[in-house]
Design a protein around this ligand. Structure first.
Ligand SMILES: C[S@@+](CC[C@H](N)C(=O)[O-])C[C@H]1O[C@@H](n2cnc3c(N)ncnc32)[C@H](O)[C@@H]1O
Length: 246
């Protein structure tokens, strides 16, 4: 099966390295990992790993085992091409699989999921994803997920931060958002606007013991993205951090 990201792999990689929302997400994830005491010695799983940007962060942080999973064969091919977590680090294991039906890959101490849950097309897939993650975590293990905030389309414009919402269609279990990454040329994509309450409900139903939320954090200002730019971003950021404990 081919997914929307199969055809946009290299362009998506470009967005990841240049877009402001993505810089904020990485900063947020790294801050959260620091607060957990880092990943050294942990068994880690990166879901919807794409071309492996966050997967390599886990491996380079000293994880004992790092597994990256994505449903796109093309992105897993790109991830493998990018290589491992660096000299002296164990190889990253990459796998093409649907996060809504993961095999037993663990157990893991930590799972990350950056923009996975908004890919769930309906409520039963969303719940299946949380159950799959929970089943692969040890008791007490953590799930760190970057999830989109409500877009407030058409009133909030995220295009200065790298993503533009083009339409919001109320249908099915959650509104379908049509968007593009602000690249040249723009790269179209679609996702579901799950309410945070829907995600929390799916996590609890899957057996997670705690669910918490944190606002996104922004990187230090620099001459290109100054304090005013990040202050405006924090007023209505693209994403939030969801933290669940198994
Ligand atoms: C916006 S990309 C995020 C990629 C990566 N987490 C990052 O931040 O660089 C969303 C990813 O989810 C993957 N994906 C979509 N549905 C999936 C599913 N059911 N199971 C696993 N991966 C999925 C896509 O192939 C794509 O790589």
């Amino acid at each position: 099966m081919r997914y929307q990201y199969d055809t946009t792999g290299e362009r998506f990689a470009e967005t990841k390295s240049t877009a402001a929302f993505s810089a904020a997400d990485t900063h947020t994830l790294l801050g959260a990992l620091d607060e957990l005491g880092g990943v050294r010695g942990l068994d880690t799983l990166d879901l919807a790993c794409g071309y492996g940007d966050n997967t390599r962060l886990l491996a380079r942080g000293g994880a004992r085992r790092t597994v990256g999973v994505d449903s796109s064969e093309e992105l897993i091919r790109l991830a493998r091409e990018h290589g491992t977590g660096g000299p002296g680090r164990p190889d990253i294991e990459y796998l093409v699989a649907d996060a809504a039906g993961l095999p037993d890959l663990g157990p893991f101490d930590l799972a990350t999921a950056v923009y996975l849950f908004n890919q769930a097309p309906d409520r039963s897939s969303l719940h299946a994803m949380f159950r799959s993650v929970r089943a692969n975590l040890r008791a007490g293990g953590k799930l760190l997920a970057i999830v989109p905030n409500a877009s407030a389309f058409p009133h909030v414009d995220w295009s200065p931060y790298g993503v533009r919402i083009l339409d919001r269609l109320p249908e099915g279990d959650a509104p379908l958002l049509k968007a593009h990454f602000v690249t040249e040329p723009p790269v179209p994509f679609e996702y579901r606007e799950w309410a945070h309450a829907d995600l929390a409900e799916a996590a609890v139903e899957a057996g997670f013991a705690t669910v918490g939320w944190q606002p996104t954090r922004t990187p230090p200002a620099d001459p290109v993205r100054d304090e005013a730019y990040w202050t405006a971003y924090r007023a209505w950021p693209v994403s939030s951090l969801m933290t669940c404990t198994a």
